[in-house]
Design a protein around this ligand. Sequence first.
Ligand SMILES: Cc1ncc(C[n+]2csc(CCOP(=O)(O)OP(=O)(O)O)c2C)c(N)n1
Ligand SMILES: [Mg+2]
Length: 326
Amino acid sequence: MNIDKNKLNWIYKKLFTIRFFEERIKKIAKEKSVPGYLHTCIGSEAICVGVMSALSDDDWISSTYRNHGHAIAKNCELKQITSEIYGRSTGICKGRGGSMHISDFDKGMLGSFGIVAAGPPVVLGAALQEKINGGTKMSATFFGDGAIHNGAFHEAAGLAKLWDIPMLFVCENNGYAEATATDWHLNTKELKDIAKAYDMISYQGDGNNVFEVHQITRDAIIESKAKNTPIFLEFKNYRFSGQYEGDTQLYQPLEEIEEAKKNDPIKKSIEMASEYNFSSDEIKQIQTDVLNEVNEAFDFAETQPWPNPEDALEEVYVNYPKELLR
Ligand SMILES: Cc1ncc(C[n+]2csc(CCOP(=O)(O)OP(=O)(O)O)c2C)c(N)n1
Ligand SMILES: [Mg+2]
């Protein structure tokens, strides 16, 4: 597969940024220095980066509460993401959302949802307006294996197919929904076969291999637009992180974790670098730069002002023009 040098640089930069960022989040979660629940995505880096490397900043996505990696890969500003997690006024949503609700419409990030499967109908709406208005932006919704049991996923999938909407349903099958392993909650052998219920095309890929994720997504975007149809993508990986920071993860067998580490997406991407003529010196340089950038983002966030309590009701209610009001 041909990937130009700029894209390769971007891919490695984002992979390391997400991993370093989430490792730092794990530390601050232990110190309890930020408000609210934190959900890290260690193990999902290749899916976040592989999918986003096939999209542009203009394309629409939705994320879940496990959203830091999606936001970073969608090119949202690192300092603003970090400030948001700290609840500060310079955060991406002015500190009103916190970790679980990072959104940035300018980067096509339509929202991160704590409610499982809340994203698919929202992205369906964005994709529908693209179709109605003759737009060319692609739309992709990220959700987990657990989300396929939620009616909102099925409603969005059914309508997307019925209305011939080009969009991607991207399922991160990380082996767990909270403390329940996928083979305890899934009654089809392969998760991607859920798409058959809607006569929807589906593909499956190795979610630990950023280049495979990139290629499958790139091809799916072309096919989805050419055929005017939604496509379901299942990427398999492993949830190294707990359901939330503080989760003891006792339900994840130690042998299973050790086995999964052999396919860690960061390790795999470093091993594959030589196939793309990317040297170990280049990798080390990116790691150094990225670690500095992550540290700077946390230093920045820690010193930012809190939002004013008086502003709490700003941007909550719509200001309708007077003529619309009775
Ligand atoms: C509608 C709804 N039902 C239940 C929950 C509680 N809940 C939070 S996370 C989760 C599991 C979701 O698992 P999955 O979709 O596989 O995502 P992952 O955490 O693995 O990324 C559940 C059931 C919720 N947040 N929303
Ligand atoms: Mg899951």
